[in-house]
Design a protein around this ligand. Structure first.
Ligand code: 2AM
Length: 171
């Protein structure tokens, strides 16, 4: 099954991103807009892996304190359009610990450098340059106290993300 570890978005950050998607749509952006229930920040992408219990065991060993994430900028990678997140030390530390726990158990994951982003549009087509999309970007924050192991399935109408395990911050 296809697995990844992520922060599911909620509250002001989620609202801002939905608002930004609508704003971009009004400006004339076309493409597959990620549905609001699918908005997430990926911390580690595992991909096809048959034993989710292994992953749950590995990530359970990671302890982290609650931390805050903040929207920061936007950009595109080819036809994927995303909103950025400030790579603050608590977030980076949490990601380092998760990836280290996976590596220790030989669980494969995408080792590309972590570039915190939330994909908002796939197969996007913009009628103008990125500059226009960068106007009036939100800077909302979210307090993160849990992280999820997610399963991804291709549904009839797009991807379906289902949490398999949830890991809570130390209080
Ligand atoms: P993306 O939004 O930039 O495509 C589920 O596919 C999540 O894992 C998405 O957030 C996706 O990022 C992320 N991801 C990271 N590395 C990936 C990879 N090598 N293949 C597919 N998805 C990846």
């Amino acid at each position: 099954m296809r697995l990844f570890i992520a922060i599911s978005l909620e509250g002001a950050i989620k609202d801002s991103l939905i608002h930004l998607q609508k704003h971009w749509q009004r400006l004339g952006m076309r493409g597959h807009f990620v549905p609001s229930e699918n908005l997430h920040l990926t911390l580690a992408f595992i991909g096809e892996y048959g034993n989710p219990d292994d992953v749950t065991d590995a990530v359970s060993t990671v302890s982290f304190q609650p931390f805050t994430i903040q929207l920061n900028g936007a950009g595109n990678f080819h036809d994927a359009y995303w909103a950025g997140i400030t790579p603050n030390e608590s977030l980076l530390d949490c990601v380092r610990k998760i990836r280290h726990a996976l590596a220790e158990r030989d669980i494969p994951y995408d080792r590309k450098k972590f570039a915190p982003h939330i994909t908002l549009i796939r197969k996007g087509e913009s009628p103008f340059s990125m500059d226009k999309l960068l106007e009036n970007l939100p800077t909302s924050t979210m307090d993160v106290s849990e992280i999820s192991l997610m399963r991804s399935n291709r549904g009839k109408n797009g991807m379906i993300y289902t949490p398999i395990s949830i890991f809570y911050a130390e209080s």
